[in-house]
Design a protein. Structure first.
Length: 153
């Protein structure tokens, strides 16, 4: 696909795209199976979904995109939550556009969402840089060099 979007530090995702006569470029979401506007953050999100599925074996049906959650009485959305086949939340992903720097605010956002979800792995990415963390049962974090494959397959 020819795209004005930047190359990312993820394997190339074989996105289906279309350009409506009047409107923005759209991509067929791998997980949601619907057309979505291909904004820079969505570009990153689709590449992460593809990586989780194609490389780490998380079934597309076990991913929730723009996952609804309630935090302190407020409705929020986690970009991606990958579940194991038995329904256990495993990875929470916060995606940013490639032009958005990864900083403590982005990591803190994912950590706040994890107060609700309690997943063992957090990933924050803008497609160019990534920060992955493992959480133990006591809530201590440690950096991860790579994301874990889907267990139980």
């Amino acid at each position: 696909m020819d795209s004005p979007m930047p190359s990312l530090k993820w394997p190339v995702a074989p996105l289906q795209t279309r350009q409506p006569e009047k409107g923005k470029m759209e991509a067929l979401c791998f997980a949601r199976k619907k057309w979505v506007v291909l904004e820079p953050e969505e570009w990153v999100r689709q590449h992460v979904i593809h990586h989780l599925s194609a490389v780490l074996d998380y079934p597309l049906g076990c991913m929730s995109v723009e996952h609804q959650l309630t935090l302190n009485g407020m409705s929020r959305r986690a970009d991606i939550v990958a579940f194991t086949p038995d329904g256990t939340p495993r990875i929470l992903v916060e995606c940013k556009a490639p032009t958005v720097a990864l900083n403590q605010d982005a990591v803190s956002q994912a950590a706040r969402y994890n107060l609700v979800l309690r997943v063992p792995v957090l990933l924050v990415t803008n497609g160019l840089k990534h920060a992955a963390f493992g959480l133990d049962d006591d809530g201590h974090t440690s950096p991860l060099a790579q994301l874990p494959a889907c267990p139980g397959l």
